[in-house]
Write a protein that binds this ligand. Sequence first.
Ligand code: SF4
Length: 219
Amino acid sequence: MADSAREGILQRDKETYAIVPKTPMGILNPEILEKVAAVAKKYNIPIVKITSAQRLALVGIKKDDVEKVWEDLGLEVGYPVGACLHYVQSCPGTAVCKLGQRDSLAMAQKLDDLLSNTALPAKTKVGVSGCPLNCGEGFVRDIGLFGKKDNGWTVIVGGNSGLNARIGNVLAENLSDEEAFDLIKSFAEYYNANAKSRERLYRFVPRIGIDEIKKALSI
Ligand code: SF4
């Protein structure tokens, strides 16, 4: 998986490749920006795109340059393909947003660390928000969370924003940071054990039924 993602994605022109470095929650810093700018100039990369997943795509790289770009960047691969965690997007939450009620960035980083090292049967996208306004789009992600100051986290599963758009189902509410983390860990294990090959959560959740999933997870 790591190797194929590192090889890049062949583009429409059938000649050049796109790569996606890992930038969890879309957080950048001067060092990352300087590296991206340097490789874009050095290798004449025509497009640097901020994707809907809060990631950077470097597009239009010549095949022979792909590995050299990775070496110059020194960043992890962002896994834009395959059965694994693709990304955890997050709103800024209490770090900066005046409406924030929970620390969405901290929760998103913990979930990124967890799910990056968890076996998953299909592409999985996660959205975390620091208040019920849901700027992190968790209702239309495979797994979503949003926080409330006094009532903790709400966990949502089975949403999708693509061709098969679906609003996710609420799995549990009023969870502490630890309870939400532990539930998502258990849910991911349950999903991996019971899903068909490559079965996305927007198909898995309605097939099994949210009540059955709750029962299996003792909710
Ligand atoms: S979801 Fe709430 S906390 Fe997050 S950016 Fe939107 S308004 Fe702010």
